[in-house]
Design a protein around this ligand. Sequence first.
Ligand code: UDP
Length: 324
Amino acid sequence: MQSMRNFITGGAGFIGSHLTRALLERGDEVTVLDDLSTGSADNLAAFKGHPRFRYHVDTFTNVPLMGELVDQADLVYHLAAAVGVRLIVESPVRTIESNVRGTEIVLMLAVKKKKPTFIASTSEVYGKSADVPFREDGDLVLGPSSKGRWSYACSKLIDEFLALAYWKEKRHPTVVARLFNTVGPGQTGRYGMVLPTFVQQALAGKPITVFGDGTQTRCFTHVSDVVRAMVALLRDERAYGGVYNLGNAHEISIRTLAEQVKAMTGSASEIATIPYAQAYEEGFEDMPRRVPDTTRVRSLIGWKPELDLERIIQDVIDDFRKRG
Ligand code: UDP
């Protein structure tokens, strides 16, 4: 197995830090750049002093530094982005600007030396499509620009278009992955993500807050499964120029998720129902169902998720218990 030098933007984030660990365990070198706006130095604490790990607290707008770090790498993972629906609704300018500008800068620099580039996208781009399960070549159905939520999908779509354009026009090797509700140890509930939020609420004996009527569904994927696919895709020339769903096809309603978390923690918490207008903003639109079709990634690299929902929830519970 050839050792590679990896550069990860957003490497102090939840997914970035799991990717860092997986790459170091393979014997690779990892350099992380993160401005710690939503990432956390704690996520990288375990790697400090590791001989194959380097770390810069800075933003991707520091183009000279970014250029240097891209040049020194064999592979580039661009994960730095605004995360979580709550942040998007509350800070739309930051979301749009950082999602679009970061990708522009990374691709502009990576193309010079043809460094294969991974662009993290999201299942959010499918929007309100009812064509479940979602296929990468399916139509994307977004709501109006007056509703802040859709700016996230739109900004990520620009990233996708840009990555595909770099491939088409300049033969720059890019891989785009649409991540479906990625969860696991180390994720914080601070940005509203449902599973860490429910687990923290259940462990604290506080009400478990189900937004809307709880019939909306999601599919949760363990971060270690996602990271495995990310590593394999960027090293596979056949993956270049493609868009890949990365997700687990097991679908669960948010109410059932709340009940399962309550049962698995042995919590006495009540399950509370909160209207969307109160949880996010007036007129907030949610997706009723979100399920990936992962035929494409399975056919190409044989990837399928290994960890089921029970194991995922248990890992998150164990992690919060450990963190106290
Ligand atoms: N959700 C919820 N309670 C919470 C946080 C989220 O019921 O405390 C719901 C949210 O409205 C959505 C689903 O859980 O229907 C997943 O939300 P999350 O923000 O984790 O990810 P999304 O799929 O919206 O990107």
